[in-house]
Ligand binder design. Structure first.
Ligand SMILES: Cc1ncc(COP(=O)(O)O)c(C=O)c1O
Length: 399
């Protein structure tokens, strides 16, 4: 009999980092030893008591009763596409192609896979959401980080962005509002990004999954609404603003001059066809979400504003911690002035206090610039408890 050999994973997975894992191991260790945890590390509103609106559940259930349980068209059901189109037009976006996907994550996967060849690169924000880096590793492409400027409200550093472009660059990723900083980009910034993309012939990928969670009363500007000709792909979905992350429903909206983007759209459609479709009945939650009652969003915004204010006020009152005010989403990204790596700091914080946050380098940030990300979804009492512990910890070890 031949001896069975160990299964060797592919090299394309080697550089995929899941920095949060180490942190969770420390948290689990504390739990095993009987310590409690206050989790400020998970970007899932439902886990913190925000309920998925009933009309989204009802629409899905009714779709199942109507036997929408077969495979749907690969790009999505017409009812969902119509609702996305209507909303896009109301935001000033002229859609060329809309695709319904398994979360925004799958749309991002299609968009990168249809674009990037081995050795090519895409500019990604640093700090930013790590899925882009993971997918680019899988494609044996390169994620080239461009800096977000903390002193300028975490807006992209356009000069640095330009300096990162080379002949292998294919696209610029924007996350607006940003995870992990909560920054919302100004029209001026967005116009500068368009100018740059135009000069270097780059596709813009705009991740706007938090677009309805703007906390400072301003209007969110979709970059695709500022230019009808430039190829821009906008990602969105039900996970955040619509409080349904477990539905796994997202979408992409491709816009720009048709003659520039038609082949690219066809390539994305090929990928979509290969995986058949997103969950058919749950696609019916899209028209319910986009056309139906939206008081849950107003409620969420009101609660998040209070929680954001507590977060910023409490953090800035702690010695050696400073925090820019997040304008959107539910994340804050404070700077901590300590003489150790961000990862060691976060591990020590968890061991000593049970407050679980994620270190900045988990979002592709340089470890020498220690930040950590806080999710301010928990209720006020829980947040105060967490910040009391953080304050005592800082006074005890870093006074
Ligand atoms: C910026 C950003 N984009 C995309 C996603 C994933 O979205 P989805 O749940 O729709 O796949 C997340 C989730 O945290 C995110 O923060």
């Amino acid at each position: 009999m031949t001896e069975l050999k160990k299964i060797i994973p592919s090299r394309r997975t080697e550089n995929i980092e899941y920095a949060i894992r180490d942190i969770l191991m420390v948290a689990e260790e504390r739990k095993r030893q009987g310590g409690d945890l206050i989790c400020l590390n998970i970007g899932d509103p439902v886990l913190y008591g925000f309920k998925t609106p009933i009309h989204l559940k009802e629409a899905t259930y009714q779709a199942m009763l109507r036997d929408h349980t077969n495979y749907s068209a690969s790009e999505g059901v017409p009812e969902a596409i119509q609702a996305i189109k209507k909303q896009a037009l109301s935001q000033g976006i002229q859609p060329y192609e809309i695709m319904v996907t398994t979360g925004a994550s799958e749309a991002i996967d299609f968009a990168l896979s249809a674009l990037v060849n081995k050795g090519e690169n895409v500019l990604v924000p640093s700090p930013g959401y790590p899925l882009y880096n993971a997918l680019l590793s899988r494609l044996i492409g390169e994620a080239k980080p461009y800096l977000l400027d903390e002193d300028n409200g975490w807006q992209p550093d356009i000069a640095h962005m330009e300096s990162q472009i080379d002949e292998k660059t294919k696209a610029i990723v924007l996350i607006n509002p940003n995870n992990p900083t909560g920054a919302v980009y100004s029209e001026e910034t967005l116009r500068q990004v368009i100018d740059l993309a135009r000069r270097y012939n780059l596709l813009i990928m705009s991740d706007e999954i938090y677009d309805r969670l703007i906390l400072n009363g301003k209007e969110h500007i979709s970059i695709a609404s500022l230019d009808r000709e430039m190829p821009i792909i906008t990602f969105n979905g039900l996970s955040k603003s619509y409080l349904a992350p477990g539905f796994r429903i997202g979408w992409s909206i491709m816009s720009g001059a048709p003659e520039l983007i038609d082949d690219y759209c066809e390539a994305m459609k090929k990928l979509a066809r290969a995986r058949l479709c997103a969950s058919h009945p749950k696609q019916f939650a899209i028209p319910a979400a986009l056309n139906g009652a939206s008081d849950h969003i107003e409620n969420a915004r009101r609660q998040l504003r209070i929680r954001r204010d507590i977060t910023v006020e409490r953090l800035n009152a702690i010695p050696r911690i400073s925090c820019q005010e997040p304008e959107g989403a539910f994340y804050a990204f404070p700077h901590v002035d300590v003489d150790m790596s961000d990862q060691d700091f976060v591990k020590m914080l968890i061991r000593e206090t049970g407050v679980v946050v994620v270190h900045g380098s988990g979002f592709g940030e340089l470890p020498e610039s220690p930040h950590f990300r806080i999710v301010f979804l928990p209720d006020e009492e829980m947040l105060h408890k967490a910040y009391d512990r953080l304050e005592s910890f800082m006074k005890k070890y870093f006074a």
